[in-house]
Design a protein around this ligand. Structure first.
Ligand SMILES: N[C@@H](CCC[C@H](N)C(=O)O)C(=O)O
Length: 295
């Protein structure tokens, strides 16, 4: 039987980005990709990302968090999920471990994330420094300037999408700036092709960004390993960074996604901070039968 059978989980969302939080602290259980896919396929535990809590690795941190996409792949970062983890670790009766104050320090594969509570359900996450060098993103070939990389969709002399900014927020992002409403593009069709384009050796999250004014971006995201989602925190950070690098916006903006608004600030200390809400939907336990096909 899978060690995940009968485990309790929380189904949450961050602006409609579907998140499952699973606490594996105190055990050495690791989620296998097939188990993650089985959990995502069940309507009760459907997720865009599953945030799995493990015992802290670095002294002074509150937990080590592994992040799984719907397709079972692991992601280095998830902004909306990080806020949900913070809520769970502070407020869920089974996951909260006093004495935790109102702040947390979480660790993920790429680094540390400091989280500050700003209301009962809103959190600010310090998402760290954007990585902008081609080999850090990573891209498959050298681009001295990642503000606009050579990549286009459509006819060579009249592309539909072209020259995205490339940014890593702990995970790879390509941000295409568009003139029309992002909903008027068929992102469900071009997203999978761009996600797996050979220029992105680790695949990439693909965003369409329309700058409404210097403090406001409208964004739609095709997520690596998860598809179209209602919100993506790291994509919102990447879009603000890509836009500010091109002087299209200031270093602070509201990013409006299908699920709602995130406030993003790229500070003078080079750290990107994201503020947004969390919502608890329900809790549940994984039925053993969920994992039969995954065994
Ligand atoms: N929804 C997340 C980002 C999820 C990770 C992504 N699909 C990847 O593989 O990098 C967010 O809120 O940041």
């Amino acid at each position: 039987m899978s060690p995940l059978a009968h485990r309790r989980f929380l189904k949450m969302n961050g602006l409609g980005n579907e998140i499952v939080v699973l606490d594996l602290r105190g055990s050495d259980v690791r989620v296998q990709p097939a188990e993650a896919r089985a959990i995502a396929a069940d309507p009760a535990s459907r997720f865009d990302q599953m945030m799995v809590l493990h015992d802290p690795v670095t002294p002074g941190t509150d937990a080590f968090v592994r992040i799984y996409n719907t397709d079972g792949s692991e992601a280095g970062a998830c902004g909306n999920g990080t806020r949900c983890v913070a809520w769970a670790m502070l407020d869920d009766p089974a996951m909260a471990r006093p004495p935790l104050g109102e702040n947390l320090l979480l660790e993920t594969r790429p680094g540390l994330l400091a989280v500050v509570r700003v209301s009962p359900v809103d959190f600010t996450v310090d998402m760290g420094r954007p990585r902008l060098r081609w080999d850090e993103i990573p891209l498959a070939e050298p681009f001295p300037d990642t503000r606009r990389i050579e990549l286009q969709v459509g006819p060579i002399d009249d592309p539909v999408l072209h020259s995205p900014g490339a940014v890593s927020m702990g995970n790879p992002h390509a941000v295409f700036f568009v003139e029309r409403d992002p909903d008027s593009y068929d992102l469900a069709r071009v997203g999978p092709l761009l996600e797996c384009h050979p220029i992105f050796p680790d695949r990439a999250n693909i965003s369409l960004a329309r700058v409404l004014d210097r403090g406001h971006i409208r964004l739609k995201v095709w997520e690596r390993g998860a598809g179209l989602t209602r919100a993506c925190g790291t994509a919102a950070c990447a879009a603000l960074v890509a836009a500010a690098r091109l002087r299209l916006t200031d270093r602070e903006a509201t990013v409006t996604l299908p699920g709602g608004d995130l406030r993003i600030v790229w500070g003078e200390d080079d750290h990107v901070r994201m503020t947004g809400p969390t919502e608890l939907e329900h809790e549940g336990t994984f039925a053993p039968s969920l994992f039969e096909a995954a065994a």
